[in-house]
Design a protein around this ligand. Structure first.
Ligand SMILES: Cc1cc2nc3c(=O)[nH]c(=O)nc-3n(C[C@H](O)[C@H](O)[C@H](O)COP(=O)(O)OP(=O)(O)OC[C@H]3O[C@@H](n4cnc5c(N)ncnc54)[C@H](O)[C@@H]3O)c2cc1C
Length: 456
């Protein structure tokens, strides 16, 4: 490929085309996980769907690898690739809300911060992630677990339609009425089927919530986990949240002597009537004494960004994921063994409940197959110093080894690291064959392979 070919691409594209040697190349090749250090041939910072089509055509015609970047949070760093073409959607973050129709459109590179700010203005929301800087794109395409999931389902369950640029450079609308097979596949199947330039979501009434983090002494971890496991099964569905292991950060609401000490925590989000919030969270107060808390009424977007400071871009990341159909005592033992050994304040373990509205969707109704899981765990190793990679990765692996025998074979693809590719088929279980079939139809040459890959 000659420089002239890149020049032709520049002529076709409205946004920036950044190649090695250009100003801003180092910034353009960087992703959120600082462990990933790749040098793409060219980064196309798309301004619109036309630019995305140009970049997809360019990669296909020049037989180059193609990586797609939405919010850039992929732990394996799928948003960049050595010698490849990167479609960077970070300049496509527009939002449009239809308050009367209760829908919102998010461009392919929007973050949950963008989304929630736009919909909050109308007292509306859809299930999104825990952190505001995560992309709507990657999170929704993999499924989407968050505070509102018990009541509203996974993020992908709130999807009404999507504009998808497919491997052959066409733009297709995927919905229940058009290209239904594609619509089925992108609700859990990740970035395997094309570049989504626009997501249309159904919204539900959510404005201010009552919630926040509660910290308990580590020695009460068994009580907290055992209680949560039972309680959350039939708690009101407006109550979201999860138990976690977390080193107490040096924040004003935490007593100084506890800073830097590992704790078990519950982060709660009551999205029902605010005046019922105290009562809804009271059962957590009865489990064990709360040693620090920041609980109260707040805008939903405030809770969605409450932990952003703990996970800035530029950390090293290595994560593992489990699904549990039952969180057994043996599984809890594994958590009790390794949760307290959190190596850094950035690292965390979240045990997300999967029930309520998530269970009302059949396992084969969307690509997301683990509808019978009751918990999804993420063991999220995050640390600033690359010199500590070995010790931190080992902690994640040891933790996973202790809990995996008591968990399902598959894990949530959005919480997995690159070395989990062999678990992809297990993640999709009975849906895998249909995903392969759909992949053969829309991407037979596997142009979209820089992801948790479903091979055609
Ligand atoms: C700090 C942090 C918090 C998180 N919290 C949650 C959480 O609460 N709930 C949850 O479910 N997950 C959570 N995740 C996991 C998250 O869902 C995945 O990392 C997800 O892949 C991130 O999407 P992204 O768009 O930010 O990342 P990217 O790195 O940009 O993309 C991830 C994958 O999706 C593809 N992709 C992204 N956008 C598009 C698009 N528009 N069209 C086609 N393909 C696309 C990419 O090609 C890549 O394969 C979290 C991750 C981090 C790092």
């Amino acid at each position: 490929m000659t420089n002239a070919t890149v020049e032709q691409l520049r002529e076709r594209v409205r946004g920036a085309v950044i190649a090695a040697g250009d100003d801003g190349y180092d910034e353009a090749r960087r992703v959120y996980n600082a462990m990933i250090d790749k040098r793409p041939r060219v980064v196309v910072r798309a301004a619109n769907a036309g630019d995305v089509i140009a970049a997809v055509d360019f990669a296909r015609e020049n037989q180059l690898d193609l990586a797609v970047r939405g919010g850039s949070h992929s732990v394996p760093g799928f948003g960049t690739w050595d010698d490849g073409v990167v479609v960077d959607l970070s300049a496509m973050r527009g939002m449009r809300v239809d308050p009367a129709g209760r829908t919102a459109r998010a461009e392919g590179g929007a973050t949950w911060g963008d989304f929630n700010a736009a919909t909050y203005a109308f007292g509306l929301a859809a299930t999104g992630g825990i952190v505001s800087t995560t992309g709507v794109g990657g999170l929704t395409l993999g499924g989407g677990i968050g505070y509102l999931a018990r009541g509203l389902g996974l993020s992908c369950d709130n999807l009404v339609s999507a504009d998808v640029v497919t491997a052959d450079g066409r733009l297709l609308i995927a919905s229940e009425r058009e290209n239904e097979d594609l619509f089925w596949a992108i609700r859990g199947g990740g970035g395997n089927f094309g570049v989504v330039t626009s997501f249309e979501f159904r919204l539900s009434p959510v404005r201010d919530i009552f919630g926040g983090p509660m910290f308990f002494d580590l020695e009460r971890a068994r009580d907290v986990l055992s209680f949560f496991r039972e309680f959350i099964v039939d708690a009101p569905e407006q109550l979201g949240g999860f138990p976690a292991f977390q080193i107490a950060p040096p924040l004003p609401f935490i007593p100084e002597e506890r800073h830097g000490v590992p704790h078990v925590a519950i982060v709660a989000c009551w999205s029902g009537p605010l005046e019922e919030g105290e009562k809804a969270l009271r059962p957590f107060r009865d489990v064990a004494p709360i040693v620090a808390e920041m609980v109260g009424p707040m805008p939903y977007p405030a809770l969605n960004s409450a932990f952003d400071g703990l996970v800035p871009p530029g950390l090293q990341h290595y994560w593992k994921a489990n699904f549990n159909r039952e969180l057994t005592d043996a599984a809890i033992e594994g958590h009790l063994q390794y949760g307290p050994k959190l190596p850094t304040v950035n690292s965390t373990v979240h045990i997300y409940p999967i029930n309520g509205a998530c269970h009302r969707v059949a396992s084969d109704a969307t690509a997301f197959a683990y509808r019978d899981a009751t918990f999804a765990t993420v063991i999220a190793g995050m640390w600033p110093d690359p010199a500590e990679n070995e010790a931190n990765i080992q902690w994640v692996r040891d933790y996973y080894a202790a809990t995996a025998p008591h968990s399902e074979e598959g894990g949530y693809i959005n919480f997995m690291s690159a070395d989990d590719q062999p678990r992809i088929e297990a993640n999709y279980r009975g849906n895998y064959a249909r995903l392969v079939e759909t992949k053969r139809k829309y991407d037979p040459a596997n142009l979209f392979h820089v992801n948790q890959n479903i091979r055609p």
